[in-house]
Design a protein around this ligand. Structure first.
Ligand code: NAD
Length: 248
């Protein structure tokens, strides 16, 4: 049976993407908008958000801070009812765990772990009331590895994978489907050192069997397919797209 263009048409759907000002979130915003969705763009970067909102007609920009519960609640309220939540904003701190300042440990844990759970709660309750919705969380390939110099980051992403399974089991019977994507190394601001630093880039490529870093639109397309009814039987999975990294 053929997949028809209408199967990937999000016309009439409101899609909220966090971390929409940059990287994977910006690519998600462009991709879902290209497939007809009305976009609600959320990020702490007000200038970046405004630029995205200008680029994508009929989209709405909401500035918020995923580190702050009240800000998340205000964002969810301002967003109104959404059909799809792309729960994507996150930060990276890279370096030896022993050298990680406690304030950074807390910041990464709150933004990457508490944040997406709070966003899913704040936005998901409306979906449950309406008995319909899809949540796509952004985990990471590092959810599936121990990762030197990424201890807290990898732990938060493993937590997101477990959170995805757990609420998927609770919410699927109530009409809300929850899944996650696990991107491999993708060329965005989070990884800007890979663009600048030739040696680190060569080192990073060694771990990727297909020999290249990912582009943000590749992650956006995975999210689009997962959010569509084409993959409507996928529930609770964290789907890896990493060029084969986890195979090594
Ligand atoms: N790029 C990669 O290699 C990679 C790999 C695996 C997972 N990820 C995940 O993908 C997601 C998107 O990252 P990216 O690579 O596009 O990086 P990015 O830095 O380009 O984008 C992250 C966005 O999140 C926003 N953000 C950060 N903290 C926030 C906060 N407290 N409140 C609101 N917004 C905040 C930033 O302003 C930015 O626009 C993250 O969750 C990241 O962990 C990225």
């Amino acid at each position: 049976m053929k997949i028809e263009p209408s199967d990937l048409d999000f016309t009439g759907k409101r899609v909220l993407v966090t971390g929409a000002a940059s990287g994977i979130g910006a690519a998600m915003a462009r991709t879902f908008h290209g497939h007809g969705a009305t976009m609600v763009l959320a990020d702490r970067d007000a200038a970046g958000l405004e630029a995205m909102a200008r680029e994508l007609p009929d989209s709405r920009a909401i500035t918020f801070d995923q580190a702050d519960l009240a800000s998340i609640q205000a964002m969810a309220e301002a967003a109104g009812p959404v059909d799809v939540l792309l729960n994507n904003a996150g930060v990276l701190w890279a370096g030896p765990f022993a050298e990680m300042p406690m304030a950074e440990l807390d910041r990464v844990a709150v933004i990457n772990f508490m944040g997406p759970m709070r966003v899913a709660h704040a936005v998901g309750l409306g979906m449950l009331e309406r008995g319909a919705g899809v949540i796509v969380n952004t985990s990471s390939q590092l959810a599936f590895h121990g990762s030197a110099e990424r201890a807290v980051y990898a732990s938060t992403k493993a937590g997101i994978a477990q959170f995805t399974k757990s609420i998927a089991a609770e919410w699927a019977p109530r009409g809300v489907r929850v899944v996650a994507i696990a991107p491999g190394r993708t060329l965005t601001n989070i990884n800007s050192y890979l663009l600048e630093d030739g040696e680190k880039r060569v080192e990073a490529l060694k771990g990727i069997p297909n020999g290249r870093l990912a582009e943000a639109p590749e992650m956006a397309r995975l999210a689009l397919l997962l959010a569509s009814d084409v993959l409507g039987y996928v529930v609770g999975e964290t789907v890896i797209s990493d060029g084969g990294y986890v195979l090594l």
